[in-house]
Each structure stands twice: as C-alpha cells, then as structure tokens.
Design a protein around this ligand. Structure first.
Ligand code: HMH
Length: 222
C-alpha cells in the first residue's frame, strides 16, 4: 500500500514511453511532421475535447464531496471556455473552419478512446475515471516537458508546431497537471494492491489508446 501516480507509469513503462516519445511527438518537436498528419490530428482532437468535457460532467455526477464536485466543475469549465476556444482558434489558423469541425466524421481511434474513458467512468468510481483521464491531462504536460529536454526539439518560428508545445508547457496547463497529480497521489496512497492492479489495467488501456490516437494522425486513418 501507499501507491502514487509514478507507480502507474512504472507498471506500464513500455506503453507509457511509446506514448510520450511517439514518432508523432518527435516529428512535432523537430518540426518535420507532415501538415496533413497534424491537420487530421487537430480535427479529431476537437471531437476528443467534446467527449473529454463530457467525462468531466460524469466526474461531477460521480462526486461524493463538494470539493470533488467543484473540481469537476472547474475541469469542465476549463475545457469549454479555455481549451476548446483555443483549439477552434488554432484550427482556424490551420485553415479548418468551425463548420468543418462541426460536420467531421469521427475516426475509429477517437471513438475507441473517448468511449473507453466514459465507459470506465460509468462502470467504476471517480478514481477509475481520473485514472482513465490521466494519460490525457498528465501525459500532454509530460510530453511538452519531455520535448523541451530533447536536443532535436526546435522552438520558435522555425517550428510550425511551436504554438502546440507552448500550449501544453503553459503555466495554466502545467498547474492543472500538478493539481491532478496531487489528487491522484492522495487517492492512490489509500488503495489496496488488488485495487491498484485494476487501476494499472485502466491506465495501460488508456495509454495504449493515446498511442493509437498519435498513430491515427500519422496514418491519417479514419
Ligand atoms: C488525444 C488528446 N489527449 C490529451 C489531450 C490534452 O488535453 C488532448 N487535447 N488530446
């Protein structure tokens, strides 16, 4: 007993690294990623964010305490009022209009990942849901920090994807990631080994679905 978030990543090291250091991420970091791959990813990420917001609504529903309810409400507001607005503006810069986004067919990788998170949250409790969401919220913050530590990463105008890295290294996103880590560490400290193993399974599945999401971008798979 006495687990913490790093025990989850330690328990599925290979999948976690394959996600954080995915070829999509590396190419985004050095600026060589194909524009078509990035555009496809951006479009699908709009659909992802809508379901991500629904997952926070589910977290509100699953809350037993006022503190957890408020936290879910803040998460939902952050996605609707900040992240989705930024995303829509960012898509516009890449020549993707809001009408394009609204009529987009959902790729299988998006369907699989978002519905997995929602199902895991409905089947389980608030901790299951947060663990299913951790590869998103914690993962993207870790990816931005990992990219900044790599010598191949190009920052500034020389990299067309610089703004993407900037979004996830921002104080706002990093603070949200750290709050989530603190919440997870506090809850994981109290779980039994048997419960921890269940949570590892959820974390590994969600991490694999994040890998598929990157791969969908590279393959432009629908
Ligand atoms: C697929 C995916 N995972 C995580 C994030 C971070 O919010 C995102 N925007 N998209």
């Amino acid at each position: 007993m006495g687990y913490r978030f790093s025990d989850l990543t330690d328990a599925c090291q290979d999948d976690w690294r394959a996600y954080i250091e995915h070829p999509f991420v590396r190419e985004l970091g050095n600026g060589t990623l194909g524009e078509g791959a990035f555009r496809h990813y951006l479009q699908q990420d709009y659909l992802f964010l809508i379901h991500f917001a629904r997952a926070y609504a589910l977290a509100a529903f699953k809350s037993r305490t006022l503190a957890d309810l408020r936290q879910a409400h803040e998460g939902l507001k952050a996605i609707l009022d900040v992240e989705l607005d930024l995303h829509i503006g960012y898509c516009r810069d890449w020549g993707i209009s809001e009408e394009d986004l609204a009529t987009l067919p959902e790729a299988r990788a998006t369907l699989a990942y978002t519905r997995y998170v929602l199902d895991t949250g409905q089947r389980g409790d608030l901790l299951d849901l947060h663990v299913a969401l951790a590869p998103c919220l914690v993962g993207y913050g870790v990816i931005a920090n990992w990219l900044n530590a790599q010598s191949f990463t190009v920052r500034g105008n020389a990299n067309p994807y610089d703004a993407w890295i900037a979004m996830y290294e921002s104080d706002e996103f990093q603070a949200a990631m750290n709050d989530e880590l603190a919440w997870l560490d506090a809850r994981l400290a109290e779980v039994t080994p048997r419960r921890f193993n269940e949570l590892v399974e959820v974390f590994r599945d969600a991490t694999r679905l994040e890998i598929d999401f990157w791969q969908m971008g590279l393959d432009r798979a629908s």
